[in-house]
Design a protein around this ligand. Structure first.
Ligand code: HEM
Length: 221
């Protein structure tokens, strides 16, 4: 058992699985957040009822714990693997391959991941913390008014800009991460290579792009 945990392949597979789960989380989170596009009182009523369901339903609460664990596991494992690979080669390559055979994203995954972790901490403080522990108002229907908290946050141009920039980081992180996870799990065989690259790049564009439109729409509305 101890051998498994200390094996690099096992650690990389766990990083790939936790990253994969986080992509699934993002798809679900994005689908729920689309309700923020609904204007007026209907949007407020629906979003607050949804937020209540998401924080009280036992199955969703269990999934939330998987999400928190995946964020922590993915961060610790990937940082550990980066540090370990640096120590494995303390002397830099004499000739840097530069842009020729690796993308900017692949060479900056640790930086992108750190920026995303900072984003997640600020994001959870703004909304998750307010929903669970904040002294926020109650809407007409008797639910916690997370809708007003969310809409108000995006009236600030700097906060909105920070989200747009973070979604750009997410896009780069996913553009390398998705393909890399398939490779780690040994699924990136020559037969599927093209489809996996297409799928990875597609996800990396579509998810952050739709996420980024939410703060923009809330800011200009
Ligand atoms: C840009 C648009 C986004 C909006 C408007 C938004 C909004 C929210 C809101 C209102 C909550 C609290 C309600 C709840 O717990 O369900 C929340 C929770 C959360 N958000 Fe976001 N979010 C956005 C993007 C993201 C992104 C890109 C990530 C990850 C990179 C993320 C990660 C999380 C996490 C981990 C939680 C806690 C979920 C849980 O407790 O299970 N969010 N978000």
């Amino acid at each position: 058992m101890k051998l498994y945990f200390s094996s690099k392949i096992f650690q990389k597979a766990l990083a790939a699985f936790s990253g994969g789960f986080l992509v699934l989380f993002l798809v679900g989170h994005l689908a729920g957040n689309l309700q923020l596009f609904i204007p007026g009182e209907l949007g407020q009523k629906q979003f607050n009822a949804y937020a209540l369901f998401m924080t009280t339903n036992p199955a969703v609460i269990a999934l939330s714990y998987v999400t928190y664990t995946s964020i922590i596991l993915h961060s610790i494992l990937t940082v550990y693997l980066v540090i370990k690979s640096k120590f494995a080669r303390p002397i830099k390559y004499q000739v840097s391959s530069g842009n020729s055979n690796s993308s900017w994203a692949s060479r900056n995954m640790a930086f992108l991941g750190t920026m995303l972790l900072i984003f997640i901490i600020i994001h959870l403080r703004s909304f998750w913390y307010e929903m669970h522990f904040g002294d926020i108002g109650i809407d007409k229907w008797g639910n916690k008014d997370l809708h007003t908290v969310t809409v108000s946050a995006f009236q600030n141009i700097f906060y909105t800009g920070f989200y747009i920039l973070s979604m750009l980081m997410l896009s780069f992180h996913l553009s390398h991460g998705v393909g890399s996870a398939f490779q780690t799990l040994g699924l990136n065989t020559s037969k599927y290579e093209k489809s996996i690259t297409f799928f990875g790049k597609g996800i990396a564009i579509i998810i952050p792009l739709i996420f980024a439109t939410i703060p923009i729409v809330l800011y200009v509305r």
